[in-house]
Unconditional design. Structure first.
Length: 179
């Protein structure tokens, strides 16, 4: 019996400055480190650092979902109210289904830490057999948000017939209904 192929997970940093090399990308590496810590199933990252341009974000999400075979795409950055923050608009533009509970939970958790979390517009959507989750840009907020929503991600991937992910239960307990 052959081992299952590794799940492909897209990690997209949306940042004008990081994409130009003027600023060190800390968000993408924070997502990668989190996944390396909690996942026990084989996976591989497909990473991108792109500018805050809606057309570029849409094209990158489509490429990762439809061509690169990613079951999960996690973005960081571009979720605030600033004029150039268009990650949620780009994500919703490529969506087949909206998953508003992810954003609601992430904001609820973040509001316990900082009152400006209400300004964040994180969201999640389904495109084909891919779950796309938008996260804020700060590594601390990335961890807090992933801690909140990750227990539901493996089962969501099961439901959309994507990769099967398992977690280190001492770090994150993935919810799956008992059969």
């Amino acid at each position: 019996m052959t081992a299952p192929s590794p799940a492909r997970i897209g990690i997209v940093t949306v940042s004008d400055r990081a994409s130009r090399g003027e600023y060190e990308d800390r968000g993408g590496p924070a997502i990668h480190a989190y996944l390396a810590e909690v996942l026990t199933s084989p996976w591989e990252a497909v990473s991108r650092v792109i500018p805050d341009e809606q057309a570029t974000i849409e094209a990158t999400l489509i490429e990762l979902c439809d061509h690169a075979g990613c079951s999960l795409v996690i973005t960081t950055g571009g979720t605030g109210p600033a004029r150039r923050d268009v990650t949620p608009e780009a994500t919703e533009a490529v969506a087949e289904k909206l998953m508003p509970g992810f954003g609601e939970l992430m904001r609820q958790v973040s509001l316990q830490k900082v009152p400006t979390a209400i300004l964040s517009r994180q969201t999640a959507v389904i495109r084909g057999r891919t779950l796309i989750v938008n996260l804020p840009g700060q590594p601390k907020a990335i961890r807090e948000c992933l801690d909140a929503v990750f227990p539901a991600i493996p089962y969501c991937l099961d439901l959309i017939e994507a990769a099967y992910l398992t977690t280190d239960e001492s770090k994150i307990v993935a919810f799956r209904p008992k059969k």
